[in-house]
Design a binder for this molecule. Structure first.
Ligand code: ADP
Ligand code: MG
Length: 343
């Protein structure tokens, strides 16, 4: 459905010396500095996928999206979307795609939402009956009913984003590109938007390309991720693979009233901390399991409570940014932020 082959974008940034003289010089003899924002990126996206395109700020995510949507032309390489060149065949392409840029609105600032949606519907020639159906559907799934009469300028960021999604999907595109759709939103709105994206993908088979630096979005929505770092694609594969490869170590914490002297550390685990009431063990998931480690401890001492710490995906991704796809060392795991999940 989407093919990118050695996709490259080099921006030319004009350079100018300070002051009026510099401005004149730049006018008559422009000098440029170049910045390679995307370099030799190759991937294929199949119909119906939700693919997460992740990377830190400035990694090249938006630049890639702009080339995929035909807004920018590549400096090198090729893009093909549904068999077309998205830039040269912009008009035909526009019918099949929808785009949301999280930081700017594409809607008319002064118009009430319903008027904006009607305009978009007319532009894409959505039949009246279908338009009404979709408005009813979005009113429900995006909770838009109360917003239809309100102008965009009076909406909160979360309301604007919901309005934006409705406008982007009113012509039922086969592909949507969402560039940081949850940026700056509170958790509840994020949740709602994630639910909505999931639903559109499941019910209509819409292909979704999602760029984000919110890993919560990724964990909830994407099976497959592409990771871009400094313009270069450094990973293309399943999210689970990354988690398994990097999340090799787990920590398990026991609360106990018993005396811990003489405790034998279970096989495959090592001792992190032993105090009067607390025992923390780390184990290698590929060698043993949480249940085996806890069973062994519980057969030796009385345990009041226990919890398991899962490695945080943000650590895992940082790891990849920093060192490529090699195993994280246990020191890095130790200093990592962790989410605590009760067993
Ligand atoms: N119009 C532009 N002109 C020059 N440089 C740009 C332009 N847009 C982006 N860049 C640079 O290209 C790099 C990638 O930017 P971008 O694709 O926006 O990254 P991301 O969306 O991952 O944050 C950054 O270094 C950015 O400063
Ligand atoms: Mg961006």
């Amino acid at each position: 459905m989407i093919q990118a082959e050695n996709l490259t974008k080099v921006y030319r940034i004009p350079e100018k010396d300070p002051g009026v003289a510099g401005a004149f010089k730049a006018l008559f003899r422009p000098r440029f500095q170049s910045k390679t924002a995307v370099k030799d990126v190759t991937f294929t996206i199949e119909p119906g996928e939700i693919v997460g395109y992740i990377g830190v700020n400035g990694a090249g995510k938006s630049t890639t999206i702009k080339m995929l949507t035909g807004i920018l032309t590549p400096t090198g390489g090729r893009v093909s979307v549904l068999g077309r060149d998205p830039h040269r065949e912009r008009v035909a392409n526009a019918r099949d795609i929808g785009v949301v840029f999280g930081q700017r609105t594409q809607l008319w600032w002064d118009l009430a939402l319903i008027e904006s949606l009607t305009m978009v519907g007319r532009i894409y020639e959505v039949p009246d009956a279908r338009f009404k159906q979709l408005i009813a559907e979005f009113s429900e799934t995006l909770d838009l009913k109360e917003l239809l009469k309100i102008p965009i300028r009076n909406m909160s960021l979360g309301q604007k984003m919901r309005a934006e999604l409705a406008a982007t999907l009113i012509h039922e595109p086969r592909i949507v590109y969402l560039d940081e759709p949850t940026i700056g939103l509170d958790l509840l709105v994020k949740e709602r938007i994630r639910e909505f994206i999931k639903r559109v993908n499941q019910e209509k088979g819409t292909t979704v390309v999602l760029t984000t630096h919110d890993l919560g979005d990724i964990e909830e929505l994407c099976k497959r991720v592409l990771i871009i770092d400094n313009g270069v694609l450094i990973y293309d594969g399943l999210l689970d693979t990354i988690k398994q490869r990097f999340g090799k170590y787990r920590e398990i914490i026991f609360e106990t009233a018993a005396d811990l002297n003489g405790l034998v550390v279970p096989e495959g685990a090592e001792l992190l901390e032993k105090s009067e009431r607390r025992l923390a063990l780390r184990f290698d998931r590929t060698q043993t399991s949480a249940s085996r480690v806890s069973a062994s401890v519980m057969s030796q001492i009385e345990v009041i409570d226990l919890s398991l710490k899962e490695p945080d995906l943000s650590l895992v991704v940082k790891q990849i940014y920093r060192g490529g796809l090699k195993e994280a060392t246990s020191d890095e795991i130790e200093s990592a932020p962790v989410a605590v999940v009760p067993v």
